[in-house]
Design a protein around this ligand. Structure first.
Ligand code: SF4
Length: 294
C-alpha cells in the first residue's frame, strides 16, 4: 500500500518572500518524496518503498528525526560558529561512530519541526553564526527533509552539508545548488577497511564519484579523521588520490579520534592516534602538497 503524499506548496512563489534557493528547494520537494518510493538515495540502493513504511539498511522511513540542533565550534574555522542540525539515521555502520546511538537508530530523536529549527537557525545567525550545517547520522538519506529545511532559510545563510559521501547521483541531483558547501568525510582509503569497519561494499567508487561532483557543484572540504593503525592503509591512499584528482582542494586532517561506540572492543581502534602517527600523517600531507586547513 502506498502512502498519500501531502500537497507541496505552490512553486511559483514571489522571490520577494522566498529566496531563489527556497524556490528551488520547494520545486524539488515532490520529486524528493517520490524518490522514497523506490529508495536509491545511497549507494546501498535498497530499492524499498519508504513511503509505505518499508525500511532499507539505514532503517529510515519517510520522516526525518533530529537529535541535536545547537551552536557548535568544533568544525573547520571558516564555518564556525555553526548552527548544526543533526538528523538521525545513517547508511554506514562505523564501529567508531561518536553518535552511534542516534546515528544507528533512524527513528530515535525528535520529529523534524522545520519552522522551529529555521527560527532557531535565524536567531543563531543574528548572534553571529557563520553557517548552518546539516549533518547526521547521514543527512543525504533524508533528502526531502533537507529540501524542506533549505526552503525555510534565507539565501543569506551559508548552508553546509556534512556527509559521508556515500549518496548516489539520484540524491545529489536533488541537492544540486542547495548547499553552498559540502564537507565530505573521506573515512577509508580502501574497500577492505570500509567493509571491516563500516560494513560497506564498493566504498571508494561511490565516494570518489561524489567528491569529483561536489568539487564542481559546491565549495568542497574533504575531511579525514585519522584512525589509529590506519595511516598506511587509509591515509596514504587518500592523500595520493586527492593529490592526483583534486589538487588544491581544502583538506581537513583530524587527529582527534577517540574510541567511541563499538571501537572500545577492537584493536587497534581502542586507543587514541599516537603523536608519531599524527606527525607521520602531516608529513605525508606535506609530501603530497595537500592544502591542509584547520
Ligand atoms: S537511504 Fe540507502 S540504506 Fe536507506 S533505504 Fe535508501 S538506499 Fe537503503
Amino acid at each position: 500500500m502506498s502512502a498519500t503524499l501531502p500537497p507541496v506548496t505552490a512553486p511559483d512563489l514571489p522571490e520577494t518572500k522566498f529566496g531563489a534557493r527556497a524556490v528551488l528547494a520547494l520545486r524539488r520537494m515532490q520529486d524528493a518524496r517520490e524518490a522514497l518510493r523506490c529508495c536509491n538515495l545511497c549507494a546501498h540502493r535498497c530499492g524499498v518503498d519508504r513511503l509505505a513504511g518499508v525500511s532499507g539498511l539505514c532503517g529510515a522511513n519517510s520522516h526525518a528525526n533530529y537529535f541535536t540542533a545547537q551552536l557548535e565550534v568544533a568544525d573547520e574555522l571558516e564555518l564556525v560558529p555553526t548552527f548544526a542540525i543533526a538528523l538521525n539515521g545513517c547508511d554506514l555502520r562505523c564501529k567508531f561512530c561518536i553518535t552511534g546511538d542516534m546515528s544507528w537508530h533512524s527513528r530515535a530523536g525528535h520529529p523534524l519541526d522545520t519552522p522551529a529549527l529555521a527560527n532557531a537557525a535565524r536567531q543563531a545567525m543574528a548572534r553571529g553564526a557563520r553557517s548552518i550545517m546539516v549533518l547526521g547520522g547521514e543527512p543525504t538519506i533524508h533528502v526531502p527533509a533537507l529540501l524542506e529545511l533549505a526552503s525555510a532559510l534565507p539565501d543569506s545563510a551559508r548552508l553546509v552539508l556534512k556527509t559521508n559521501g556515500h549518496c548516489t547521483p539520484d540524491a545529489r541531483v536533488l541537492l544540486d545548488g542547495i548547499f553552498d558547501d559540502w564537507v565530505v568525510d573521506l573515512k577509508f582509503g580502501n574497500d577492505a577497511c570500509a567493509g571491516e569497519l563500516a560494513r560497506i561494499q564498493n566504498y571508494l567508487a561511490a565516494v570518489h564519484g561524489n567528491l569529483l561532483w561536489a568539487a564542481v557543484h559546491s565549495r568542497l572540504i574533504i575531511r579525514h579523521l585519522l584512525l589509529p593503525g590506519h595511516v598506511e592503509c587509509c591515509w596514504i591512499p587518500i592523500a595520493r588520490w586527492i593529490a592526483g584528482h583534486l589538487p588544491g582542494v581544502k583538506v581537513s586532517l583530524r587527529d582527534s579520534y577517540w574510541p567511541a561506540w563499538h571501537a572500545r572492543r577492537s584493536s587497534p581502534l581502542n586507543r587514541l592516534v599516537s603523536p608519531q602517527e599524527s606527525a607521520q600523517a602531516k608529513q605525508i600531507a606535506a609530501d603530497y602538497e595537500l592544502n591542509l586547513i584547520l
